[in-house]
Structure formats: structure tokens, C-alpha cells
Design a protein around this ligand. Structure first.
Ligand code: TYM
Length: 334
């Protein structure tokens, strides 16, 4: 098999279909930061995935891509350790996605829960929404990624990427590394503060239950104070019976790095929800203060372009070599 290097590779992406949330931080970014030094790390902005659902002004997407890129850096992405790029700047991913599409079954894509949920919300469902997981598989296996840190909602897509890689390897010889998802033990599915039975989603229309990484402190305070809890009058962790309180304990644990059980022990039995919420608020502030300060600084400069140019060049070099191999394996060209 043609392998790029002996160091293991890690890859992840967060799509700019809305502003980054504290859920994305807990499920995606936090893990990436933890692992980035242990692997040859790749992080990218999947801008092509964004148009799988209708978007408004294209200029706003571009602005968001820039905000995302600066925010990743502000969160602690280390450009010295990480290949950081924008998906659409590596054309080979599209070329590979076509080949993979021809090796993916309609039945497999029909079973994707995210497709089912997103397609229900639209009248004219684009084909891209259906084939989205194949493009994601191409993102992953094009670079021989060993591990893919994601939140719980993306696990099924990484598993599909595994199936496709195995199928291709079986048919054409060992072409791809079969990737593994890494799902965090705590914070893999942060819930909406207004409806703690559903995922906090950056593309939701009602933003009152979503904390964005760039929200100011007054806004965050308002959102936490209004977060839905219950009338029991005591704190306890029970995701079914007390989803609101349990979500806040999870947030506290994920952001402070306190093991979940320790956080549960600390807060169980507190009778004043206000006091408990104050503690949660504090760890959110502590997490976001340095990120927002660094974001302010970075967004006044063009540093991010330097990093993205370098990332684009390295990503293309690796991607083109791999694509060439795959293209020949399936019998394209002369
Ligand atoms: P996206 O942009 O929806 O989400 C980005 C990351 O955040 C995680 N996440 C959450 N984690 C905890 N709680 C939540 N409420 C929450 N909401 C989102 C997601 O699981 C993800 O890790 N298709 C991907 C982007 C993508 C990708 C890839 C990821 C494209 N190609 C290749 C990894 C590898 C997506 O839309 O994620």
C-alpha cells in the first residue's frame, strides 16, 4: 500500500453552515486540541458541505469561512503541528468523491440518520444532501487518516467511510487506511438549552438555546439563566428525567476538564439552581474569554491566510498523489 508517512494521521472538520457553538467546541474542537500533537494532524473547513442545504448570500459564507479559520486558531490550533486548509481548495477530494459515489449504495445513504432528519425539513431536497456522507468519506480517506475525532452525530458517517474504504480495498487492493472515529466520553452531544432533548445545532433557527463561541458575556448569561431545567428543586444527573440539568452538568464537566462523576458528586443535591448555573457560567466564561481575545487579535491581521496557504499546498500534494493512485486502480485514463 502507498502510505504517506509512518506517523499516524488525525483529521477533522467543522462545516461553516452557521456560527460555531459550544457544542462544536465540546464534541469537535476540544478533542482536536487534545490530540493534535500526538498525530500528523489535519483540520479543514468543509465549505463544500455547506451548500448541501440552501444558503443565503454567498458573501456571507465566505465571511463565515474566515471567521471559522480565525476561531480555530484562536481556540489553540497549532499551525506548526497541523495542516489547516479549506476543503474546496483541494480539488482531488471531489474527484475521489465521484469514484466513491460509484461504490456506495443508495440503501446505505438512505439509512443515514442525519439525511433523514435534514431532508424532512425541506421541500426540494438536493442530491448533494444525499451524497454528503460520501464527500465526507473522501475527505477522510484521501489523506489516509487513521483517526477522526467527532461528536456523536457524525459517528455514523465515519463508520460509512470505514465501510467504503474496506470495500475499495477489497476490490482494488490496499488503497486506503480504514479510519476510526474518536468520540469524547463526555460532551459528545451537547443539547439545546431551550430544548434539552435535542442536539445544540449551529444551523437551528431559534438561537436562544445555543451558545456561540463569539457570544458576549451578557448574552451567554441570559442564555444560561433562561436554560430550561425542571421544578424538582434539586440538582441531580438523570438524562431522561432531568435533561436540562444533566446537560448543564455535562457542559461543566467537558469545559472544566472535571471528570463527569466528580462534577455530578459536586453538584448533586444543590437546591438553588441559580447557584449551580453560576458555576456553569463561570467555566463557560473561562473557556471563551481567552478564545475571544485571541480571535479579536487574529482577525485584525492576515496571519490566517499564511497558515491556510501553507495548509492548502501540503494538502494538495498529498491528495494529488493519492488520487492518482486511485484513478489508475479503477482504470481511468491511458
Ligand atoms: P458539523 O459541522 O455539524 O459539526 C462539527 C463537529 O462538532 C460536533 N458537534 C457536536 N458535538 C457535541 N455536541 C453537539 N451539540 C454538537 N454538534 C456538532 C460534530 O460531531 C463534529 O465533530 N460533516 C461534518 C463535517 C465534516 C467532517 C469531515 C468531519 C466534513 N468532512 C471529515 C470529520 C471528518 C459536519 O457537518 O460536522
Amino acid at each position: 500500500m502507498y502510505m504517506e508517512n509512518t506517523e499516524k494521521r488525525l483529521l477533522s472538520g467543522l462545516q461553516p453552515s452557521g456560527e460555531l457553538t459550544i457544542g462544536n467546541y465540546c464534541g469537535g474542537i476540544r478533542q482536536f486540541l487534545e490530540y493534535q500533537k500526538e498525530y500528523d494532524s489535519f483540520l479543514f473547513v468543509p465549505d463544500m458541505h455547506t451548500i448541501t442545504v440552501p444558503q443565503g448570500d454567498p458573501k456571507l459564507i465566505q465571511e463565515r469561512i474566515r471567521r471559522f479559520a480565525n476561531l480555530y486558531l484562536a481556540c489553540g490550533l497549532d499551525p506548526a503541528n497541523c495542516t489547516f486548509y479549506i476543503q474546496s481548495e483541494v480539488p482531488a477530494v471531489n474527484q475521489l468523491a465521484w469514484i466513491l459515489e460509484c461504490h456506495t449504495y443508495m440503501g446505505e445513504l438512505s439509512r443515514m440518520t442525519q439525511f433523514k432528519a435534514k431532508s424532512e425539513k425541506q421541500t426540494n431536497v438536493g442530491c448533494g444532501l444525499f451524497t454528503y456522507p460520501v464527500l465526507m468519506a473522501a475527505d477522510i480517506i484521501l489523506y489516509d487518516s487513521n483517526v477522526v475525532p467527532v461528536g456523536a452525530d457524525q459517528k455514523q458517517h465515519v463508520e460509512l467511510a470505514r465501510d467504503i474504504a474496506e470495500r475499495m480495498n477489497h476490490k482494488y487492493g490496499d488503497l486506503f487506511v480504514v479510519p476510526e472515529p474518536i468520540i469524547p466520553k463526555v460532551g459528545a452531544k451537547i443539547k439545546d438549552l431551550q430544548d434539552p432533548t435535542k442536539k445544540m445545532s449551529k444551523s437551528a433557527e431559534d438561537t436562544s438555546g445555543i451558545i456561540f463561541l463569539l457570544d458576549n458575556e451578557a448574552t451567554i448569561k441570559k442564555k444560561i439563566n433562561r436554560a430550561v431545567t425542571d421544578n424538582d428543586g434539586y440538582v441531580a444527573f438523570d438524562e431522561e428525567k432531568k435533561p436540562g440539568i444533566s446537560n448543564l452538568i455535562t457542559l461543566y464537566s467537558a469545559l472544566s476538564g472535571t471528570p463527569l462523576q466528580q462534577a455530578i458528586d459536586r453538584f448533586t443535591g444543590w437546591e438553588r439552581y441559580g447557584d449551580f448555573k453560576k458555576e456553569v457560567l463561570e467555566v463557560i466564561y473561562e473557556t471563551l474569554r481567552p478564545v475571544q481575545a485571541e480571535y479579536e487579535r487574529l482577525s485584525k491581521s492576515d496571519y490566517v491566510d499564511e497558515v491556510l496557504d501553507r495548509g492548502r499546498d501540503r494538502a494538495n500534494e498529498i491528495a494529488n498523489r493519492k488520487y492518482d493512485l486511485v484513478r489508475r486502480a479503477v482504470g481511468f485514463g491511458r
